[in-house]
Design a protein around this ligand. Sequence first.
Ligand code: UDP
Length: 236
Amino acid sequence: MAIYKRILLKISGESLMGEKQYGIDETRLGEYAAQIKEIADMGVQIGIVIGGGNIFRGLSGASKGFDRVKGDQMGMLATVINSLALSSALESLGMKTRVLTAIRMEPIGEFYSKAKAIESMERGEVAIFSAGTGNPFFTTDTGSSLRAIEIEADVMLKGTRVDGIYTADPEKDPTATKFDEITYDEIYIRGLKVMDLTATTMCKENKMPIYVFDMDTVGNLKKVMSGEKIGTLVKL
Ligand code: UDP
């Protein structure tokens, strides 16, 4: 039995690179799809947001001379590319998906609405929310918080390559220790870089719990859904 009925899963674009320096690693993509299928088979309703950092980020584009708004639009398009790749990988496993875009671009995806998203998930399709919020100066973390709140998910799962939230960056500081649970306020006070502050604040104001876990280890998504405490829970 799954502990959550409906989830919003955020996957970073960067994780899709796997061992590569850029773009999409098919092995990693396939592993993610297989993990998602495992929890769909448990009867969970699934909404997904994927980042685009493996292809383009507006902020780093701006540092190279790109107009920020155009750069962010390029970043949003990158999330659409990743969403199509995930949709394709899931469908090759026999699943049904629906790509919803925050910017109109039929026939690549349908224009997002809450009603379409709920309808899809209730039919057992995986709803993939692409193009972030549709606006520049936001991130896919913010897009995830927004969609999680809108679709009334029980939790926002943030799948990363680290197995939770630590007192400091564990990849840089070997003395860092992991939290099993933490409050939104403690994230601010300690200056922890879990998600950007806009996304964290939206979750706090709407009492949306966040669960941070290592999604790169195959099988972990199912563990989270089965109630195993392998990551960090963020709550009020
Ligand atoms: N982006 C945006 N508005 C949004 C979501 C994303 O402008 O609502 C752009 C922004 O340039 C961002 C890029 O898309 O850098 C890719 O998203 P993100 O950096 O969140 O991807 P991730 O870090 O998860 O790979």
